[in-house]
Design a binder for this molecule. Structure first.
Ligand code: COA
Length: 149
């Protein structure tokens, strides 16, 4: 994993896989730290953005893996890296959020030690509009998961 010192190098197209809002991505990139996963050919195949929420809490704001490299363990490696890096910085809690409809992400995050903490009702309806479906499920609520470090 490589920490990007220059935010202008952040892989925007990749970040858009996890979040359709360019404005929101720009906002949290500005405040946070972007890490990229690189393969043997020096290609960026994944990335995540870590933000500080408080002196003891960090949050993964975005995590994405290039389509052709998904399902090969890159996401798990990045979640492990975010956990270890946050711990080494002195944070005692790490959060990550997803949608009620993101079944695979809910599976992955819980498998990686995150526990459901709270639900922000109708968050996605207010931010992205109605009638959006994922896995045949209406995308409505934001599920915040948390891990004690
Ligand atoms: N459906 C179901 N399970 C899947 C899957 C899929 N499409 N892709 C991977 N998995 C399983 C793997 O088999 C593995 O399970 P196992 O440990 O039981 O074997 C587990 O999920 C870990 O997968 P991994 O390969 O580490 O995940 P990844 O590299 O694909 O990264 C994401 C996960 C979510 C970051 C990636 O799929 C992605 O970028 N998705 C699009 C953007 C996104 O949704 N970001 C998150 C927003 S909250």
């Amino acid at each position: 994993m490589k920490k990007l010192e220059n935010k202008l190098e952040a892989p925007f197209e990749l970040l858009l896989l996890a979040d359709p809002s360019k404005q929101m991505i720009s906002d949290y990139l500005e405040k946070g730290t972007c890490f990229v996963a690189i393969n043997d050919h020096d290609d960026v195949i994944g990335c995540y953005v870590l933000n500080s929420v408080s002196p003891i809490e960090a949050e993964i704001m975005n995590i994405a893996v290039e389509r052709g490299f998904q399902g090969k363990g890159v996401g798990k490696k990045m979640l492990d890296h975010a956990t270890n890096y946050s711990k080494s910085c002195g944070y005692t809690r790490l959060d990550i959020a997803t949608a009620n409809s993101s079944i695979f992400q809910l599976y992955l995050y819980q498998k990686m030690g995150f526990e459901m903490l709270r639900l922000e009702k109708d968050y996605f309806v207010h931010h992205y509009g109605r009638d959006l479906l994922e896995n045949g499920i209406p995308i409505k609520h934001k599920v915040v998961l948390s891990k004690t470090l």
